[in-house]
Design a binder for this molecule. Structure first.
Ligand code: FAD
Length: 492
């Protein structure tokens, strides 16, 4: 294994790690980005799925949408010379009620009874008011943070409403829709952070806002462009297995064990440069600082010498990935549009509680010309316990049940795609779930304040520890840039 010497070593070539590398390199620092997989992009991944004639259709296995509040990602997309296009949204949406009756509607409000609508509005107002009290960068500082962190999101909703349909629809947007965990497994505080990271709960439930634009050529193009800039200093197929680190003043992890009281008492932890050696499968990198740009559920896959401070070792065990299957179904045409439907459908509590038109544009199209792909693409998401049940079925049973879900929204034609693919990030060694990580009950108020604090020369960067853009590519980009700028301040 060759040994490289760099100013900074970055572990992980997802959007966060590559943004850190790009920022550092632009400022004249030398970097090495060491990536476990044979590709860059992490949870963003452009791919092709074949139909029965062997024709390839473009899909995005991972993250794809950008919302208007995700301003750092939008400006970077522009800076990198990439362009975006809007999600198709003309026509009527479909709502599947709990009794599986199908209703079409336009506008934002779901076609529920007046009583359920009033309950949903009440819960939305309550959530928006709570979000207004939260500093998204410091949710643990909210006056009732600890209290909100002891109650599950579902129990909190049940405290404020006894309308099951209203609770299912509100909880869907954060539980299956974002954290991809059942709403009884994460706290009301964690739910509020998710909403606050998008600006408000109302933003989060507005699909035209939150699922606004896609990158022409796919979201992975952001990472591919950043990696192009970093060049040969991106090393693929080389998991980092061990990280030796030492602080400049020779203080050890033992001395850093009081990290929590320091941070709570406002003592800055400056992450001064020290000595770091990253041992990866194909390379050893010696550097002054390291950016750990991997999701927090994977921190423990690396051996630290000396070990990380005890509070971090405990905290990291209370952070886990959600589970979601992203469904891709390609059709000869976007048949739903001919029926005056947008392709958007919602049904809180159903196996597939959401479906959208995900038709491709521009260079992604089969005809590779400007304009839209003539084929229609639907995307849907199946989360947590429903995803577990789906994976337990045979491949054919799974496909038929999922297609029947799409058909329940958009009609029988949905049963006959020409290509079909299920994204399975939970089976990926270097991700282990989707979309992102969150704390279990009580974790955010106990340990959230530690997640962005460097440990000696070790910095952390990932969408899963972001404030704005939490669990999104925008958050990853912000975190990568913040870590790089903090290191630049230290290195001078
Ligand atoms: P990652 O993308 O996970 O990158 C981390 C990298 O570290 C990976 O490449 C991994 O291989 C590498 N790594 C891990 N361990 C090691 C090791 N020991 N050594 C070396 N390398 C290592 N976001 C949106 O904004 N919009 C969306 O529409 C959206 N939809 C999504 C749909 C799905 C199905 C999924 C899975 C995610 C979605 N997301 C979406 C989330 C978005 O993709 C992530 O927030 C983003 O990719 C996180 O970037 P990151 O760099 O923080 O982490």
């Amino acid at each position: 294994r060759p040994t490289l010497e760099r100013d900074v070593v970055i572990v992980g070539a997802g959007p966060a790690g590559l943004m850190a590398a790009y920022t550092l390199k632009k400022a004249g620092k030398s970097v090495a980005v060491v990536e476990a997989r044979e590709r860059v992009g992490g949870r963003t991944w452009n791919a092709k799925v074949k139909d029965m004639n062997g024709t390839e259709h473009f899909i995005e296995i991972g993250g794809q949408w950008i919302s208007p509040d995700q301003t750092r990602l939008s400006s970077l997309v522009e800076e990198l010379g990439l362009t975006t296009f809007k999600r198709y949204r003309d026509g009527k949406n479909v709502y599947r009620a709990p009794d599986n009756t199908r209703h079409t509607y336009t506008g934002e409000a779901l076609p529920v009874s007046d009583a359920t609508n009033a309950e949903m509005e009440k819960l939305t107002d309550l959530l928006n008011a709570k979000v207004d009290q939260m500093d998204v960068a410091r949710p643990w500082k909210m006056p009732d943070a600890a209290e909100l962190d002891t109650i599950s999101f579902r129990a909190w909703l049940q405290q404020h409403s006894d309308d099951q349909e209203a609770i299912d629809n509100i909880s869907m947007s954060i539980a299956s829709g974002m954290l991809t965990k059942p709403s009884h497994t994460f706290s009301a505080l964690q739910a509020l952070l998710m909403a606050a990271s998008a600006g408000s709960f109302s933003n989060l439930v507005d699909e035209d806002f939150i699922l606004d634009e896609r990158v022409v050529g796919g979201m992975q193009s952001v990472s591919l462009k950043l990696a192009q800039y970093v060049g040969d200093d991106v090393i693929l197929g080389s998991p980092v297995r061990q990280l030796n680190w030492a602080t400049p003043d020779e203080s050890t992890a033992d001395a850093l064990n009081n990290i929590s009281s320091d941070v709570r008492n406002g003592v800055p932890r400056n992450g001064a440069p020290g000595q770091v050696t990253a041992y990866a499968d194909s390379v050893i990198v010696k550097a002054k600082n390291v950016v750990l740009a991997v999701p927090p559920n994977l921190y423990h896959r690396i051996q630290y010498v000396p070990p990380l401070p005890r509070e971090q070792m405990i905290a990291h065990q209370h952070i886990s990935m959600g589970l979601v299957i992203k469904v891709h179904a390609v059709y000869e045409t976007p048949f739903w549009r001919e029926k005056g439907l947008s392709g958007t459908g919602f049904g809180g509590g159903h196996v597939a509680p959401e479906v959208y038109d995900n038709t491709n544009y521009g260079p992604n199209s089969v005809n590779a010309k400007e304009g839209e792909d003539p084929h229609g693409v639907l995307v849907s998401f199946i989360s947590d316990v429903h995803a577990e049940r789906m994976w337990a079925l045979s491949e054919e049973e799974r496909k038929q049940e999922i297609l029947a879900e799409l058909a329940a929204y958009l009609g029988e034609e949905a049963m006959h795609p020409i290509a079909f693919y299920l994204s399975d990030m939970a089976a990926e060694e270097w991700t282990r779930g989707a979309y992102a990580t969150s704390y279990d009950l009580g974790g955010l108020s106990r340990w959230g304040h530690l997640q962005n604090e460097p440990t000696g020369p070790i910095y952390y960067a990932c969408s899963d520890i972001a404030a704005e853009g939490y669990q999104h590519v925008d958050g990853a980009i912000r975190q990568g840039e913040i870590a790089a700028n903090s290191i630049l301040e230290q290195l001078g």
